[in-house]
Ligand binder design. Sequence first.
Ligand code: 13P
Length: 249
Amino acid sequence: MKQSVKMIAGNWKMHGLGASLVEVDELAASLAAEPTEHRVIICPPATLIERLSGKAAGSAVEIGGQDCHEQVSGAFTGSISAGMLVDAGAGLVIVGHSERREGFGETDALVAAKAEAALSAGLEPIVCVGESLAQREAGNAVSVVTAQVKASTPESGPGRRFAVAYEPIWAIGTGLTPTVEQIAEVHLAIRTALVERFGEFGGAVPILYGGSVKPSNAAEILSTPEVGGALVGGASLKAADFLGIIRAA
Ligand code: 13P
């Protein structure tokens, strides 16, 4: 399905102090002067969400978290619930990023539970999937990603807003990107898996691509069939780069 309104989401990861918010001022000012039809989302560290939501109020910039706990509340030192993200001003949350799947042992089932918790709190989850280099070299990229989509998207998703982000692990932060044909192949497989899982609703779930997206490759990637947006790491930290991607969409 061709989606004309793309989701351009920036994942700041563990980068950003209060001083970094000038980048959001610049972003919001540019979008006010020259509006875009696309959705522009910044997912800063949790410590900046509340300050960012103050700045972004009334602007075209939406705010997301980078992770949430699957429980509503409890004795989980250091964790943040979906409801807390809402309370701080977020409207979306990334779940199942490969850096959490790999670094924190998050399973498909846990990611699905986090996505459910996000939906219950009124957040729009962006569920990340993606194969490792070894899985791609073994010819298993499509089967790995298909299985992840089926097991880590929220069961109660139909009728609510959520997105999937395809982020091949080997393309994250490396400057390497899949070919357009490889992106199209995996996105089509994700679309098929979503339709198998959710019926007609699965045909409309946005599928973002992430992994070394930058202003110079954004137009090509974002015009690939079934690419409904981009999840951007490094190039989302500077307003000028992120704007270059938004303007290329
Ligand atoms: P880079 O854009 O830095 O490759 O990161 C992609 C990513 O992991 C976004 O979630």
